[in-house]
Design a binder for this molecule. Structure first.
Ligand code: P6P
Length: 345
């Protein structure tokens, strides 16, 4: 395992870091390395559009033509197409799955298939774009489980504990790419002047002392008694912790990233308000799963309120799941109060 201590203060590009990490795996063929390279390239391409999103009126908004007469794509469609076009021909993937597509995305028959599958939410939080709020891409990479031929839904519906890599891209004040291949969580910041992601956050670990809780408290009247009790507990000073402050951006990757660096817990529980999202709003395969892989790599934990999200075997591609993610003690307290109040003995 490459000791990430050696990187502190050194100028390292994401490509160099990924390659160094590959050296720790003599059996590696470089295929996973190249998929990660392509996710970094996708991040740069998508960044080139997100930094101009507010100019829709001048450049034309989605579905219209801009002043040059070019058809302007919705940013999430653009992000989807960018990730697809970077991966459809490489022979590294057997299939892809995206929040934007109802079914799994096959590799076009004219291209070879490979040993991995890529699941992704190309641009989560896109409803925030018009308010210039940070948005993000979330991705996970599995080895295919079926033998030969085109990838299938079975290759995608794996528990997140099987992930070989996961990460996110945060399009904020700067663009960051944060990923793990099971060897710690590492963050890279894009220097737009040179078009390179530089290592800025080696070996991210959740702070021991949690700082924030993140939830949309507007739904509080629609939560179960256990989740209501949990929220009150988070606000109180207890022997184990001070009452936490509330921070909620409403953009999953931004909320997750802040809590990863500051310590705390994010949760999107089930609520009785919207019958369209009985089991919470967030998607298991390409949102909760990859973020749960990352948080455990950073020393935290993620639960649906009753079990580790990493152990949930997805039944449907767009399956929703309640999610409590962050500091292990805080998430386990959620499980304890849900057991006590919501699950009759
Ligand atoms: P609410 C954005 O639409 C999103 O999918 C996530 O990025 C975010 O965490 C969540 O929904 C916010 O949902 O119901 O609080 O507006």
């Amino acid at each position: 395992m490459t000791d990430t201590q050696e990187y502190h203060g050194k100028l390292v590009t994401i490509e160099r870091f990924i390659l160094d990490q590959q050296q720790a795996h003599p059996e590696a063929t470089g295929t996973l390395t190249n998929i990660l390279y392509d996710m970094a390239l996708a991040a740069k391409i998508i960044t080139s559009k997100t930094t101009r999103a507010g100019l829709a009126e001048i450049l034309g908004s989605a579905g219209e033509e801009n002043v040059q007469g070019e058809e302007v794509q919705k940013l999430d469609v653009f992000a989807q197409r960018t990730i697809f076009r970077l991966n459809d021909h490489t022979g590294r993937l057997a299939a892809m799955a995206s929040e934007e597509e109802e079914a799994i995305i096959p590799i076009p028959s004219r291209f070879p298939v490979g040993p991995y599958v890529l699941v992704f939410d190309p641009l989560d939080g896109s409803s925030n774009i018009d308010m210039n709020v940070s948005i993000g891409t979330i991705f996970g990479i599995y080895r295919r489980t079926t033998e030969g031929g085109p990838g299938t839904l079975e290759d995608v519906l794996q528990p997140a504990r099987n992930l070989v890599a996961a990460g996110y891209i945060l399009y904020g004040a700067s663009t960051m790419m944060v990923y793990s291949t099971g060897n710690g969580v590492h963050g890279f910041t894009l220097d737009p002047a040179i078009g390179e992601f530089l290592l800025s956050h080696p070996n991210i670990k959740l702070p021991v002392k949690p700082k924030y809780y993140s939830v949309n408290q507007g739904y509080q009247p629609f939560w179960t008694p256990g989740v209501q009790a949990y929220t009150e507990w988070l606000q109180q000073d207890t022997p184990e912790k001070k009452g936490l402050s509330l921070r909620y951006i409403g953009s999953l990757v931004a909320d997750f990233h802040r809590n990863l660096l500051s310590g705390g817990v994010f949760y999107y529980p089930a609520d009785s308000k919207d019958p369209k999202k009985p089991g919470g709003k967030l998607r298991l395969v390409y949102e909760a799963g990859p973020l749960s892989f990352l948080i455990e790599q950073a020393g935290g934990y993620a639960s649906d309120g009753t079990q580790a999200i990493l152990d949930i075997v997805p039944e449907r591609l767009h399956q929703r799941v309640p999610m409590f993610i962050g500091d292990r003690n805080l998430v386990e307290q959620a499980e304890a109060l849900i057991r006590q109040h919501d699950q009759p003995a």
